[in-house]
Write a protein that binds this ligand. Sequence first.
Ligand code: HEM
Length: 434
Amino acid sequence: MAALRGDLIGFLERIHRKYGDIVRIRVLGKSVIVLNHPDYFEHVLVKNQKNYDKKTYLYKVLKPAFGNGIIGHVGGKEWRRQRRLIQPSFYRSRVDGLVPKVTEPIAEMIQRWRGRATPDDVIDIADEAQQLSLQVVFTALFGAEPGGKRRAIEDLFVEAHHILSNFFRRPFPPLGWPTPRGNRLREITGTLDHYIDQLVRDRLRAGMHGDDVLSILIEGLHRNAETGGDRELLGQEVQNIMIGGYETVSTTMQWLLYMVATHPQVQERLHHEVDEVLSGSIPAHADLPRLTYTRMIVDETLRCYPPAWHLMRRAVAEDAIAGYRVPPNSEIYFNIFTLHHHPDLWPSPDRFDPDRFSPEQRARRPRNAYVPFGSGPRKCVGDYFAVVELTLLLSMVAQAYRLVPAPEQRRAQPDQQLTLQPKGGVWLSLEERG
Ligand code: HEM
């Protein structure tokens, strides 16, 4: 528990050095098996995934936020029904169609920054990234109108995240108890439920036209005899997608811009690519496959700082992982950060080097060495959308500005919260590019 509250990553790295890729630890009297090898990830998340569900500590902690929606769902038939409902919204062709809706708020942000490109002006990137990723979720995915009410909802989102993050570090008393933070979280989720319900009702009243995620979810719900227009289920999934798509992306945006600002040679190559591929225009989905280096920077950032940095599973029946006995009911813990820094897979793991994601280097690595989005049937449903959003952001910012760390910027360390945010924020200055 002391490690959980303090430097969990340091603790895991120490036990990895001492005991290797599979080790059993005890947390609050419970036995937890810690895995740190791609083959073991593959075993639990892919090959033998039927034996593993999400009835674990991590998802119990998150239950007050995710409710019975897909992200924290234990698994099985009910989860599959939810996955079938959500998956079509994130097919590649659908996501490609959303590109103009994603570039619009990015272009607005870049425009808003004009006039701030002076050495004395410092941009609070954490704040900008939060605003932008919420805007993308609300507008591009759910077609919500901007306005005063939405701004208030966005603030509630941020507050709920703080409560959960603190709870994750100090998980007592439980959030279900009538304490001030438990009561506040219930109040917030009640308001969010109400807002989302209204969003769904408005859309139903207006007819189901449109190509955003909400329309596709509604269509799916009506088509599916099992779900048959269940508005409560729909609201829950909308909330899960909002949470899943907001915090992870906004954290990555911060790291992405920080890494580029602090690695001038990477920034140089990035500028070269975006100038050549985009020639000054706003990127369209057809440009994405040619933004190869931009995409490599996104991948390397997600390797260094995977925002959803740990997963857990429970073994339903007895199993063996590479000969290691797994008794029934064991909790399995995966730390994506330590896997992404495993010295046998990633030489000089602390070095930021986008070339690790060149096709040749990728081909040399084992499967599941790189898993920022998880793996197997429960892999992130929004993975492609997230990568598209981040690639668009980076290419558009790079077209307009050179990023420079502000004097107050310290060497960013990951803050081991619910997601791995840069501690102390990211503070950058902008130089306008010709
Ligand atoms: C950089 C961005 C993102 C990262 C790193 C990320 C990471 C993850 C991970 C690791 C999981 C698997 C959890 C597990 O197996 O226990 C997951 C699941 C999920 N993510 Fe993401 N995610 C990101 C963005 C998104 C976006 C943009 C959306 C939607 C708009 C989204 C929606 C979901 C949903 C619905 C699930 C649950 C899937 C299921 O259980 O079947 N995520 N995500």
